[in-house]
Structures are given as structure tokens and as C-alpha cells.
Design a protein around this ligand. Structure first.
Ligand code: ATP
Length: 924
């Protein structure tokens, strides 16, 4: 009676948290309350209806800063304070136009800053969102993957190690389930879960019969009933929704911010000193104030921090196009200095398209014909079709491969594909080639229970009854042999186990690059209805081996070559056999220590024996690490970092988290990666392909190049402007450029000219040079010299043309100042062309490879024409129309500047090339 009443309540459109104590009722009761069967799940229609009733399984995002607050924050900068003060002072001095112009500039600046920041945030946010969480459910009696947000109360979900619970679930069935609930309870030790109800008033951490949204399965598997979704989950209630907001700060932006801050104080100090000197000279204090403001406005690179963030964010979208999704902005800049990439083998360096090629059973070797997943081909014994009835071990080996298996092959549009794990798919295909029918076998020997494959255990086992009560087991050779007491002979009898012969056979197969799986079986004891690791610990019969090829990805071969050219070492860290790993590594072209012409592979067992201090050396010289466990991955990363390397490390498993976090760049696999690995990573590969890492490195280098170009382009302007003001003070002349005019220069050029450098394509040979040392300053000695040179040239050009106008031609002050302002705009435009490459001459990078630069210059010239000739602008900025001779003189100065910088660049380029050549000669 009670149940029916509750049931009616649930069926009503009620809020989900009406029924608080799912943990304290039996699983069956929960199923009944939500009106669903654990085997069949909901029907699609019912799920649709419930979705309308309960809404999507999403948490309302935490309230973020409102747009208005973010806009106001744009004014929260020291420079803006100065400008606001200038607005007030000019206003009180009744310089209304100046006051209005300065305020307008501040306002427009805030709008631009706001729009750009919003765009950058949106771009990163969209990428983060594009990785939607998936959930495995049972609906209409079938397993299927759906978007986690489509889950409704009553859905039956399946989770396994590495998954996050997609909603709050009442557990129905568990196998060794351990869950990390730290996201919810703060408790970092994983909790073992059960299905029995617990007391009603138990606290969250003790509700062992529940799986809570956002907590992570660290071990085992479970089937659960969704009881709470979205805001009605425990995590939703405590409002811990992971906010989509990204941190836009990176070490580089921080450094630049610090640098700008320092510069600000220096310049303010200088401005104050100028102010004091001028006042003591008896100058008009209002004029002097404007001089000080001009110095501050001109010399502070106000656009720099924003521009750097924008350029990094642009890098993020470029990388997304190359199938690398950046989760943390810092990765964009770290990629440029990465010098070691530690990569998984299967699926990243190889295709993960397995085909069984060789089988060994009862000492006989068989070849398997046919490539890919099409189940057509034969098992051959010395070129003849093998007769299975003559070898019982072969027969059982193939059956074991088929039944101890969670994957399937299917044909779609004449193409055979795998559903599940390719290693297992290959075993299904091999058995089908021998003529076995899976459905029939499964009916004869239905599965009672299974121990799923986990990388740590390196095996999987299944328990069957029906025609035969057996356990089948498959896994890595070492893991299987350890459990065997004998082997099955061709006549079906038990024989002694010749471990040495088997290992020799394995070595032969592995040295050809085959991935070898071993198989075993055991009669199951009567009455056994479930299996544990204990039941498979010993006493099994060895059945044989299946060796499969997994060809290297052709793109990976090329990508590895490019990385090596770029001074980046690639290391393979795999769970596979040492010889298989070494053979594949050679095919892919990895470099590293060799013995007898073969790449040396170190195994996890050997790593255990190596002390931390010796590990540094091993990690540096060896390039293949096999049978490595996740904690050893962590040791390897640390050892490489101790040598000063910047390490990128891939990972997909639930235990890879610590290594991914420790690495300078943790890279998770988008397809095969677990939620845990993705959460711990800085970057996710949407195609799991090694070549995408190489692509991201290329983009990272290019972003860094462009950032440097921007900085080298912008700093001389500020230097030049500062010097012009100081020179005017020292020489006691009027200011050649007024504060509002400096604002005009800085604001328009940064957006129209500077940012076009973000679209500069990769320089030729970007992957021919070594990685950027992580602690190398952006401004190298060469670049500082260039900044000084250009800053001085700007000073000379501006001041000499200004004085020429005033003293020689007797031009009025408005016109002369317009000349001085235009000098900055024009010279910066010419200098921009040179900044397209910091070292290479223009002909090497191509004149028109970045058309945005020229569009930017055209737009800048148009705006400058308005500044010079539009009466309104003349009023606002105290500018005046210029004649053709004045314009030509300025353009001439631009050409001279470009010439001088080009000569400087060419000389430096030649010197550096010569040095490099000499270095190469001495090294060789
Ligand atoms: P990588 O770390 O390069 O991706 P991997 O896929 O070879 O390598 P694991 O998945 O940890 O690494 O597999 C380790 C070993 O476990 C394999 O070499 C194989 O012998 C065995 N193995 C892999 N998949 C299965 C499976 N589904 N069932 C049983 N054994 C398996």
C-alpha cells in the first residue's frame, strides 16, 4: 500500500528530492518506485516524457560576474585611474574638449577590452563545452551511449573505473566498486560500495548503496538506477557545479602584468620628477600636469596584457582545428618549450586496428589470413586450412577468445567495425574465421559472471555454465602463465607446462611487433555462481597464444620525425610487452639507446629496481618503457623534470591522473580516455592521434612567435613616445605630441596594426629549431637592442620633423603636432611589416602571406586621414590638415626606418647563421 502511494507520488510531476532516502530502501523497492526494470531500462518514450517532466540533467551554473560588473572592472587599472584624473583636472581647467576626448577614449577602451575579453572567454568556454559527458544506459533493453544531460530519473546506468557518476544513482549491482567521493565529501580515500540499504540518517559519506554525481569510479563496475538529476543531485544541492569559467592567467601573462606594473611605477616616478622639476622652474602647473600625463599615457604599454591574452586565446582555437582541445590556457605557451613527449602506444602511435595473424596452440603454429575486421579468411597450418578437430587446444583457445570478450564486430554500409575494444574485436574475428558462431556458443555456454579487464591486473576472466561449467581467462602472457599449472594438449589431455618454450615463442612473435595475448581455462568448481580474483589465482590450463598486428599510424611516423627535427624526444610508455613495444618503436622511428641494433626497452619490473637518482639517467637515454604501471609513469615524469626537461605526457586510464597532473602538459585521449584522465589534463586530443600533439606543438611555437612579434613591435612605440616627451622637457620645447594625440596613437595602432600579427602564419622551419628554453626571457639581447634602435629612430624622426616644421618652416603648432603624431602612426605601420618575422628577411617568409597586416595598415591610414583632414577630428584632437610635402616627408621617414631595420636584421641574421654553422661544424 505504502509503495503504491509513493509510486503515484513519483509519477506525479513532483520535485525529485521529495523522496530523500533512496539509500535506505532496498534496490527492488527503488526500482518499483521509479517504475522500471533493471534489465530492460526505460523505453525511449517514457524517457522522453520524464525528460519533459524533470528537465535536463544539468546543473544551473553558478552565477558568474554580471556583464555590468565585468565592464566596470575594465576601469580598474592604474592607467585608467590616471586618465580619469586627467579627465577631472582638464575639466576643472575648463579644457572641455580635451576632457571629453580623454573620457571618451577611456570609455571606448573599456568597451573594446570588455568585448575582447568576452570573446576570449566564450571561445574557451565553447571548447570546454564541446566535450560533452556521455553516459552508458540501458533503454529498450539495449545498452547505448547517450549524452549525460539526457538522463532522467528511472534510467539504468552502467559505470566502470574511470567514469564519473553522471547523476545520483541507487546502486543495483556492483563488482569491486570503489568510488572517490572527494569532490563531494572531501574524503580522499576511495569508498567501497555495496547494494544493501543503509540507515536512513547515515551521512553522505556512509551511504554505501549510492553513487553520487561528479564522484569518480576508481575501481570496478556497477549498474545503478538514476534517482536524482541536475540540481536535485547531492552535488547540485550544495551548488558545487564546476563553473565553466576559465582562468585566463598563465605564467606569461602574469610576468607581463608584473612587468607592466613595474614599468608603471617607474614611469609614474619619472612623471612626478618631471612635474617637480618643471614646477620648480616656474612653469604653469596646468601645462606641467599635461606633460606628466602625456609621459604616463605614452610610455605605459597599456594594451600589452590584453593583447597577450587575446593572442593566447586565438591559439586555443587554432589548436582546436588541429584536434587538440586546450583545457588550460597555460598549455598554449608551455607547448612551445616542450622537449620530451611521452606517449602511449596503442591507438596513439598505432592505429588500434588489431588483426590476429598468428596463433600458437599445443606447440603448433598457425597463420591467420585476411586483414581488418571482415570475418572472412582462414586459419592455416603450413599453408593448408587447419582442421580444428585435430587440435583441441586450438579449438578451446578460439572459443576462449570469443566468449571471454565484451566487444563485438558489426557490418555497417559494407564496412566492418568494432564496438568496444579492438584487441577483443580481433579475437572475435579470428574465431569467426575458424567458423565459430558466437550466438550459438553463448547459448550453449551462457556467461554467469566476469572479471573485467583492468590495466593493473592485465587479464580478464569469465565464468560460464550450461553445456560446460568453465572459467576462461585471457590477458598478458606473464599474468596468464603465472596462473597455470599445465597446458591443454592437442588431444584434449592435460600436459606439463613448458614455460621456457612458451616464452621463447612469445619473444619471437613480439619481436616482430605482434601484440601477444595468452589464454587459459579451468573447470569451474560446482556451485560457483560468481568469480573473484581468488578463483583464478592458480590451477588453470594454458591454451595458447594469439598474436595480432596493430600497424603504426603513418601520420605518427611523420610526426615523430618532425618532433625529432624540432629537438623534441619522443618516448613510448606502454602497458604492452617489451619486445612488441621495441619493435613498434623502431618501425615508428623512435631514437634512443640500442642494443644489437634494437631499441632497448625497460620494463616496469626493471624500473622498480632503479633508484630515483639513477632513474634520471635511464629516463633520459631510454625511449621505450613497457609494462609500465601508472605510478611508474609518475616517477618517469619526475625524473625527466629533474633533468630540466619540459614534459608532455599522454594518459587515458583512471590511474594516470597524477602523472598527467605532474607533467608540464598532461594530454588525455578524447576517445578512449576516462573522465578522470580528462579532468587531470591540460589538453585533450579529440582523435587520440600522436600527430595532433605534434600539430599542437607547432601551433604553440607559432603563438609564442607571434606574441614576441607583438611585444617587439609595441615596446619601441612606448619607448619612442616617452623619449619624445622627455626630450621636450629637457629641451624646454612645447610638447610635440599632446596626451590626447598619444592616446589616439596607442589606441588605434594596437587594434588595427598590432593584433594583425596574431594572424601571422607559421614561419618556415618552425619545427627545425630547438624548443624555447623555458626560462629564456621573451626579450633576448638581440630583441632589446632592436627595441632601443627603433625607439631611438622614432624619437629622431618625430623630433626632427617637428622641429623642422616649427623652426625652419615656421608651421603653426597644431600642424606640427599633427606631423609628429602622424610620424608615429606611419613609422609603426612600416615597422609592422618588418616585425612579421623577427629574424628572417621578408623574401623568406613571403610578402603577402599575411594579408591582414596590409588590411590593417590600409585601415590605419584611412583613420589617420580622418584624423588629419576631418574638421570634427581637428576639433577633438587639435589636429590640422597637412599638405602633400608634409605627408611625403613622413612617408620618407617610414621608408628609411624600414630600410635601417632591414639592414640590422640582415646583418644579425647572417651573423647568427654563421655562428650556427660554426657550432654545427665543431659539434660534428
Ligand atoms: P598503451 O599503454 O600503449 O595504450 P596497451 O593497450 O598495450 O598500451 P594495456 O591496455 O594496459 O596497455 O594492456 C596491457 C596488456 O594487457 C596488453 O599487452 C595485453 O596483453 C593485455 N590486454 C589488453 N587488452 C586486454 C583485454 N581486453 N583483455 C585481456 N587482456 C588484455
Amino acid at each position: 500500500m505504502h509503495v503504491t502511494k509513493e509510486k503515484q507520488q513519483i509519477k506525479e510531476p513532483i520535485s525529485q528530492d521529495r523522496h530523500h532516502s533512496w539509500h535506505s530502501i532496498a534496490a527492488e523497492e527503488a526500482l518499483e518506485l521509479l517504475d522500471v526494470s533493471a534489465q530492460e531500462g526505460l523505453t525511449e518514450e517514457e524517457a522522453q516524457q520524464r525528460q519533459q517532466r524533470y528537465g535536463l540533467n544539468v546543473m544551473t551554473p553558478k552565477k558568474q560576474q554580471s556583464a555590468f560588473v565585468r565592464f566596470l572592472l575594465q576601469f580598474h587599472q592604474p592607467l585608467i585611474y590616471i586618465l580619469l584624473a586627467a579627465t577631472v583636472v582638464t575639466f576643472t581647467l575648463e579644457e572641455y574638449i580635451d576632457s571629453a576626448v580623454i573620457f571618451a577614449v577611456v570609455f571606448i577602451n573599456a568597451i573594446i577590452g570588455y568585448v575582447q575579453e568576452t570573446k576570449a572567454l566564450a571561445a574557451i568556454d565553447a571548447l570546454a563545452r564541446s566535450m560533452t559527458a556521455k553516459a552508458q544506459v540501458i533503454r529498450n533493453g539495449n545498452r547505448q551511449n547517450i549524452k549525460a544531460q539526457e538522463l532522467v530519473p528511472g534510467d539504468i546506468v552502467l559505470v566502470q573505473s574511470g567514469d564519473k557518476f553522471p547523476a545520483d544513482v541507487r546502486l543495483l549491482q556492483v563488482r569491486d566498486l570503489k568510488v572517490d567521493e572527494s569532490a563531494l565529501t572531501g574524503e580522499s580515500v576511495a569508498v567501497e560500495k555495496k547494494t544493501q540499504p543503509v540507515a536512513k540518517d547515515d551521512v553522505l559519506g556512509d551511504r554505501f548503496s549510492m553513487g553520487f554525481a561528479s564522484t569518480v569510479v576508481t575501481y570496478g563496475q556497477a549498474r545503478g538506477l538514476v534517482v536524482g538529476t541536475g540540481d536535485h543531485t547531492e552535488v547540485g544541492k550544495i551548488q558545487k557545479a564546476i563553473s565553466g569559467a576559465q582562468d585566463l592567467e598563465t605564467p606569461l601573462t602574469k610576468k607581463i602584468k608584473e612587468f607592466s606594473q613595474l614599468l608603471l611605477w617607474v614611469i609614474l616616478g619619472l612623471a612626478a620628477a618631471v612635474f617637480a622639476v618643471e614646477i620648480s622652474r616656474g612653469a604653469d602647473w596646468a601645462d606641467t600636469f599635461m606633460v606628466a600625463v602625456a609621459l604616463a599615457v605614452g610610455a605605459i604599454p597599456e594594451g600589452l596584457p590584453v593583447a597577450v591574452t587575446i593572442m593566447l586565446a586565438l591559439g586555443v582555437s587554432k589548436m582546436a582545428k588541429r584536434r587538440a582541445i586546450i583545457r588550460k590556457l597555460v598549455a598554449v605557451e608551455t607547448l612551445g618549450s616542450t622537449d620530451v613527449i611521452c606517449s602511449d602506444k596503442t591507438g596513439t602511435l598505432t592505429e588500434n586496428q588489431m588483426t590476429v595473424q598468428q596463433i600458437v596452440a599445443a606447440g603448433k603454429v598457425y597463420a591467420v589470413h585476411g586483414l581488418g575486421y571482415r570475418p572472412e579468411g582462414h586459419i592455416l597450418e603450413q599453408d593448408q586450412k587447419a582442421d580444428l578437430s585435430t587440435n583441441k587446444a586450438l579449438e578451446q583457445l578460439l572459443i576462449a577468445g570469443l566468449l571471454c570478450n565484451d566487444s563485438a564486430v558489426k557490418e555497417e554500409a559494407d564496412k566492418w567495425t568494432i564496438e568496444g575494444d579492438p584487441t577483443e574485436g580481433a579475437l572475435v574475428v579470428a574465431a569467426q574465421k575458424a567458423g565459430f558462431e558466437r550466438k550459438k556458443l553463448e547459448q550453449e555456454c551462457p556467461r554467469k559472471d566476469a572479471i573485467p579487464f583492468e590495466s593493473e591486473q592485465q587479464y580478464m576472466a569469465t565464468l560460464h555454465d550450461g553445456a560446460r561449467h568453465v572459467i576462461y581467462l585471457k590477458g598478458a602472457v606473464e599474468a596468464v602463465l603465472d596462473r597455470c599449472r599445465g597446458m591443454l594438449l592437442a588431444n584434449g589431455q592435460e600436459g606439463p607446462l613448458d614455460t621456457d618454450a612458451i616464452n621463447k615463442q612469445v619473444e619471437e612473435m613480439a619481436s616482430e611487433g605482434l601484440r601477444v595475448l595468452a589464454f587459459a581455462m579451468a573447470e569451474a568448481p560446482d556451485g560457483l555462481s560468481g568469480i573473484s580474483h581468488e578463483d583464478t589465482r592458480s590451477g588453470l590450463l594454458f591454451l595458447g597464444l594469439q598474436g595480432m598486428i596493430d600497424p603504426p599510424r603513418q601520420e605518427a611516423v611523420e610526426a615523430v620525425r618532425l618532433c625529432q627535427l624540432a629537438g623534441i624526444e619522443v618516448k613510448m610508455i606502454t602497458g604492452d610487452h617489451a619486445l612488441t613495444a621495441s619493435a613498434i618503436a623502431s618501425k615508428i622511428g623512435l631514437r634512443g639507446e640500442t642494443r644489437n641494433g634494437k631499441l632497448v626497452a625497460i620494463t616496469g619490473k626493471e624500473l622498480q629496481q632503479i633508484e630515483d637518482k639513477d632513474l634520471e639517467d635511464v629516463a633520459a637515454h631510454i625511449s621505450v618503457f613497457a609494462r609500465v604501471s601508472p605510478d611508474q609513469k609518475l616517477r618517469l615524469v619526475k625524473a625527466l623534470q629533474a633533468r630540466g626537461h619540459v614534459v608532455a605526457m599522454t594518459g587515458d586510464g583512471v590511474n594516470d591522473g597524477p602523472a598527467l597532473k605532474q607533467a608540464n602538459i598532461g594530454i588525455a585521449m578524447g576517445i578512449t580516455g576516462t573522465d578522470v584522465a580528462k579532468d587531470a589534463s591540460d589538453m585533450v586530443l579529440t582523435d587520440d592521434n600522436f600527430s595532433s600533439i605534434e600539430g599542437a606543438v607547432e601551433e604553440g611555437r607559432s603563438v609564442f612567435d607571434n606574441l614576441t612579434k607583438f611585444i617587439v613591435w609595441t615596446l619601441p612605440t612606448n619607448l619612442g613616445e616617452g623619449l619624445v616627451i622627455l626630450a621636450a622637457v629637457v629641451l624646454g620645447t612645447q610638447l610635440p605630441v599632446q596626451p590626447v594625440q598619444l592616446l589616439w596613437i596607442n589606441m588605434t595602432t594596437a587594434v588595427l596594426l598590432g593584433l594583425t600579427l596574431a594572424f601571422e602564419p607559421k614561419e618556415p622551419g618552425i619545427m627545425d629549431r630547438p624548443p624555447r628554453p623555458p626560462h629564456e626571457p621573451i626579450m633576448t639581447r638581440d630583441l632589446i637592442m632592436r627595441t632601443l634602435l627603433v625607439g631611438t629612430l622614432l624619437l629622431i624622426a618625430c623630433f626632427s620633423l617637428y622641429l623642422y616644421e616649427r623652426r625652419i618652416l615656421g608651421t603653426n603648432i597644431a600642424e606640427a603636432r599633427t606631423v609628429a603624431t602622424t610620424v608615429f602612426v606611419v613609422l609603426e605601420s612600416f615597422y609592422l611589416i618588418s616585425c612579421r618575422s623577427l629574424v628572417r628577411p621578408m623574401r623568406e617568409i613571403g610578402f603577402f602571406t599575411n594579408k591582414w597586416v596590409y588590411y590593417g595598415i590600409a585601415a590605419m591610414f584611412f583613420c589617420q586621414a580622418l584624423f588629419i583632414y576631418l574638421p570634427l577630428m581637428n576639433t577633438l584632437f587639435s589636429s590640422a590638415p597637412l599638405d602633400i610635402m608634409q605627408v611625403l616627408r613622413i612617408l620618407g621617414a617610414g621608408v628609411i626606418l624600414l630600410l635601417i631595420v632591414t639592414i640590422e636584421k640582415t646583418i644579425r641574421f647572417r651573423i647568427n647563421r654563421r655562428k650556427e654553422k660554426e657550432k654545427a661544424v665543431t659539434e660534428s
